[in-house]
Design a protein around this ligand. Sequence first.
Ligand code: 5GP
Ligand code: MG
Length: 198
Amino acid sequence: MPSASMSGWTKNKRKRKRNMKNNLPEIDVVFDADTIAKRIETLAAEIADKLPEDLLIVVVLRGSFVFAADLLRALDRAGMRPRVDFITLSSYGTRTESSGTVELTRDISEDVKGRSVMIVDDILDSGRTLAFATDLMTARGADSVHTCVLLDKHEKREVSIEADYVGFPVDDLFVVGYGIDMAHLFRSLPFIGVVRQD
Ligand code: 5GP
Ligand code: MG
């Protein structure tokens, strides 16, 4: 696993902390930017190999916007020309434990009837969010529904669902960075990390 010292952000952390005069907790790196970029390139090649070129990608906001932006450009390099739409689903609010119900906050505008759809989310945890999005696309008449997540917390599953494409399996840790937040903080970190507990 990459160490925290490999990240430029980590090196500048103390300075930033002083400059910002805030009380942000320290973050330990779990997947650094380079590791994420390499994995996405491989994922995109796998997806381009299997799925139709005119795929409609449905990005689950907000946590997956950075992942989706990098994945889309990797898919383009792999020869795909997908269309993109966005859906906002929420089950966490500002807490660090899922509330258990998924709320559709903002819908897509594309008609999915007869289309091949791939749902992109940041983390597959209990499975409720991905199951909700998959069921919704199927109910609206999508021809096929595929799924891609950056992180898979396999041991937390409460709904029987697996993603077709997974960036990394991850332990049951509350992660932040690379678009993923904790109470709206840390989305801008270029890596994925965990909040240090000590
Ligand atoms: P599920 O519905 O599978 O329980 O949860 C999936 C959603 O919960 C993810 O899309 C993400 O928004 C949120 N989530 C799950 N684990 C984490 C985590 O470790 N950190 C953050 N910030 N969000 C998480
Ligand atoms: Mg989410």
